[in-house]
Design a binder for this molecule. Sequence first.
Ligand SMILES: [Zn+2]
Length: 413
Amino acid sequence: MHTPFDQELEARLTRYAAIDSQSDEESPGSPSTEIQFDMLRLLETELQEIGAQDVTLTDYGTVLATIPGTVPGPTVGLLAHVDTAPQFNASGVKPRVIKGYNGGEITYPDDPALVLSPEASPYLADKIGHDIVTASGLTLLGADDKAGVAIIMTAARHLLENRQIEHGPIRIAFTPDEEIGRGVDERLPKDLGADFAYTFDGGRVGEIEYETFSADAAEVSITGVSIHPGFAKGKMVNAIHLAARIIDCLPQATMTPEVTEAREGFWHATEMTGGSSQMKIKLILRDFEMEGLEQKGEMLRAVCAAVQATEPRATIACDIRPQYRNMRYWLEQDMTPVKLAQDACRDLGLDPVSVPIRGGTDGSRLTEMGVPCPNLFTGMQNIHGPLEWISVQDMGAATNLCLKLVERAAADD
Ligand SMILES: [Zn+2]
């Protein structure tokens, strides 16, 4: 269970997690928040200190570096994101380590009402004897994805110190803004220069993910007819009523996130703003298959058209744009990167598990842009909330996987 990397991983994770690097969907900047530079600049320095080559912080906020190969082989990319989720407080994270977890409930110093129990989080029950890292109760931990950063940094340090290990060239990328879906800049595939890559951004030990949702975003704009309510008879068209009707016409009992699971897709209203004269509804559409995704778009358009037909004086516009696509469409044409990870996993005595991700990763965009990029486990659990936790030893297993993977990539070539 314990690995030679435990101490370093724990030190790195707790150090990185204490740095606020939350991204912000509302911000148009890139990176979306200045504070992400605190992590990016730290990693730039640390990479230089461990002797990585070509260390650069790009103007789109990604830290790149090279570990030169010791033998010929394909260039493997290793990625993790430095931002933390905007959904929960991430300022003043106080990581703490519970050494040799005893299997009981975990309580929190800053919120006595909060409890992490092995009953509610069964994966925790498997971690008796592990060192568990959590936050203090008021914030998320940010193991998503600082665990990924710590794993890659630890593996990089180890490879640079042990040049007898046979591996091909490795390119490292630490990206911003993954949590708001803006982690992969147009220039990244070329700047990364990898034949294939991996994100360390997954959950339980053994997870090797190569299927994500395909995703579209939709915006419905409703313009009513505005007039003083005292003189409105026969004239006013209230945009709020039309917005409510649109939501009401969409299938809520069968096709929303709260009633779907596994391979089922959904539509999800994320925001509704405005007033009686004008309303805006933001939605996301998700499905594992393009056909299902397109059907959801058509359904939304049909509902908008039907509500429009009931009120010709209003204007209802429905705009749908692509976000990312299921990486399986590209990976199934060449499963080498996936097989490599699965074999490396087996080498370590771990059973590889591949479950479709009900979301996307930086790897979804990267794969679509020509760099095949499955997602590998880090150990992170209960992400984006105060009960987030991770086992240091799970991170150790991920570090071992990373090392095994780059060895195999050169040997199998
Ligand atoms: Zn993540």
